[in-house]
Design a protein around this ligand. Structure first.
Ligand SMILES: [Zn+2]
Ligand SMILES: [Zn+2]
Length: 440
C-alpha cells in the first residue's frame, strides 16, 4: 500500500491545496517542516503534488518539486504521469519543464493505454503536441523506438494520436501529426484486421476541416472499417451531409500532397506554408464546385471579394497559367511561377496511380531538377507579406474571370505548351483545365 493512503492529515491537505493554487511559499514551508510530504499522494486518485501542479499549470511548483528530486514519472491511480496531465490540460510550460527534467514521453496509462501524445492530440493542445514531438526527435525514444513509430503509437483500442485528433475535431493537431509522419491510412484494427481509419472518425465527428486535411494527405475514401463501411456511409449515418458529399467516392478527387514526402519536407518553411495554403485553397475551390447546387452550398463564397480589377504587370504573372502571380522561384535556375503551377508539378490527385515511382519534380522551363523553392517577396515586408500575396492573387483571379475569352485561350495554349515542356500529362494539368472549363 502506498505511503500516503491512510493518512488524510491536515498537512497533506494543506500541501495539495497550496500546490493547486500555486502558493509556492506555503508549499516550501510545508516541505521544510516535513520533507516526506513530497512522496504523499491524494487518497482517492493517488495524485501526487507533482500531478496536481502539472494539471493546474503551476510551473513554479513543478520546478520546485523537481528540484527536490521528485521523480517526474510518478503514477496516479490510472498510471498517468504528470506529463500526461499537463498535456491533457494544455499546460505548455509544465510540459516543457517535465520533459526538461527527463520525464518519459513513452509511458502508457491504464485507462486506455494512452501516451502523453494521445492526450495532447485528443484535447487539441497543439502547442503541447509540438513540444512532445520535438522532444521525441531528440530523446532516446527516437533511437530505441523510432520517431515514426512514436508518432503512430497506438492506444489500447488501436487508435493513434491522429485517430483521436480526427475524432475530437482537432484540425490543427491533425495537420501537425500528418506533417510529422502520422500515417493517414492507419487503422485501428490489429494484425491486419479491418478497423477504422482517421477519416472514418472525422466523418463520424462531422469535422469538415479534419476531413480536408486528411484528404489532402491522401486519405482513402474507399477504406472499409470492421463493419464494412466507408467514411461516406459513416458521415451519412451521423447526418453530416456536407462531409458526406466530400467523402462520396464518386465526387471529384481533391489534390493530394506528393507521396514523395521527401520533397516537401526538404522545403523551406516559408515556401512550404505558401504551398500548403495554396493546396487547401485549390481544394476548397473544388469543394465549392462539388457542393454547389446541394443543400450544403457554402455560404461564405468569394462573391464578397473586392471588385478592383488590378493592373498586374506582365512580369509578375506566371508564364505557365498566365493567370496567377509568380509567388515561387526555383533554385538554382531562378525560374518563377505561381504556387498553383508548382503544385501541378508535385501533386497528384490520386494516390493509387499506376506510376508508383515518385518522379522528381523538374523545372518546367529548363528541366533542371528542383532542389529548393523560394517564396518571392513583393513589396518588402511593409505589411504582413501574406496579406499582400493573397489580395494580389485574388485580384488577378478576378481579372481572369472578367476577361474570359482571351485569357482562357491564353491559358489553354499555355497549358498545352506546358504539357509539352514537361513531357508528361500530370493529373494537375487536368485540374488546370477544369479552371478553364469554368470560365468558358
Ligand atoms: Zn501559374
Ligand atoms: Zn528553371
Amino acid at each position: 500500500m502506498g505511503q500516503g493512503l491512510s493518512c488524510g492529515t491536515s498537512d497533506d491537505h494543506g500541501l495539495f491545496s497550496a500546490v493547486q493554487c500555486g502558493d509556492v511559499e506555503t508549499v516550501k514551508t510545508l516541505l521544510e517542516r516535513n520533507s516526506s510530504l513530497v512522496h504523499r499522494s491524494r487518497v482517492y486518485d493517488r495524485q501526487s503534488a507533482l500531478h496536481i501542479a502539472a494539471a493546474n499549470g503551476q510551473v513554479e511548483v513543478v520546478s520546485m518539486l523537481i528540484d527536490q528530486s521528485v521523480n517526474p514519472d510518478l503514477l496516479n491511480r490510472y498510471k498517468q504521469t504528470p506529463l500526461m496531465l499537463a498535456a491533457m490540460h494544455g499546460k505548455l510550460s509544465c510540459v516543457q519543464k517535465l520533459i526538461e527534467a527527463g520525464a518519459n514521453i513513452l509511458m502508457f496509462d491504464s485507462l486506455n493505454g494512452r501516451t502523453c501524445l494521445h492526450y495532447a492530440a485528443y484535447y487539441g493542445h497543439s502547442d503541447c503536441l509540438k513540444e512532445i514531438l520535438s522532444a521525441a526527435r531528440t530523446s532516446h525514444v527516437a533511437s530505441s523506438w523510432g520517431y515514426a513509430r512514436f508518432v503512430n503509437v497506438k492506444d489500447g483500442k488501436g487508435a493513434t494520436p491522429l485517430h483521436l485528433a480526427a475524432r475530437q475535431r482537432r484540425p490543427e493537431c491533425v495537420h501537425i501529426l500528418l506533417d510529422n509522419g502520422a500515417l493517414v491510412y492507419a487503422s485501428t484494427g490489429e494484425y491486419g484486421f479491418p478497423g477504422s481509419s482517421p477519416l472514418h472518425l472525422a466523418a463520424r465527428a462531422g469535422s469538415l476541416d479534419c476531413i480536408r486535411e486528411l484528404l489532402a494527405w491522401g486519405a482513402d475514401r474507399s477504406h472499409r472499417d470492421d463493419s464494412g463501411r466507408i467514411p461516406f456511409t459513416v458521415a451519412l449515418r451521423y447526418k453530416h451531409g456536407a462531409c458526406a458529399v466530400l467523402l462520396n467516392p464518386s465526387s471529384a478527387e481533391p489534390l493530394v500532397w506528393p507521396s514523395s514526402l521527401k520533397f516537401v519536407s526538404e522545403l523551406n518553411e516559408e515556401a512550404k506554408s505558401l504551398l500548403e495554403r495554396t493546396l487547401m485553397e485549390a481544394n476548397k475551390e473544388r469543394e465549392n464546385n462539388i457542393l454547389k447546387g446541394t443543400a450544403y452550398s457554402p455560404i461564405n463564397s468569394d462573391d464578397g471579394m473586392d471588385d478592383n480589377i488590378s493592373e498586374v504587370s506582365d512580369t509578375e504573372v506566371c508564364c505557365i497559367c498566365i493567370d496567377q502571380l509568380c509567388t515561387i522561384q526555383v533554385q538554382e535556375c531562378g525560374h518563377q511561377m505561381c504556387a498553383h503551377c508548382i503544385l501541378a508539378l508535385c501533386c497528384h490527385s490520386k494516390p493509387n496511380t499506376t506510376t508508383t515511382s515518385p518522379t522528381e519534380p523538374l523545372c518546367p522551363f529548363c528541366r533542371s531538377r528542383i532542389v529548393q523553392l523560394q517564396v518571392i517577396k513583393f513589396e518588402k515586408d511593409e505589411d504582413t507579406s501574406h496579406d499582400i500575396y493573397s489580395s494580389k492573387i485574388r485580384k488577378s483571379r478576378r481579372s481572369r474571370n472578367l476577361s474570359e475569352g482571351s485569357s482562357s485561350f491564353k491559358s489553354l495554349s499555355a497549358v498545352r505548351s506546358f504539357g509539352k515542356m514537361t513531357g508528361r500529362g500530370s493529373g494537375r494539368i487536368a485540374a488546370e483545365n477544369e479552371h478553364i472549363d469554368k470560365s468558358q
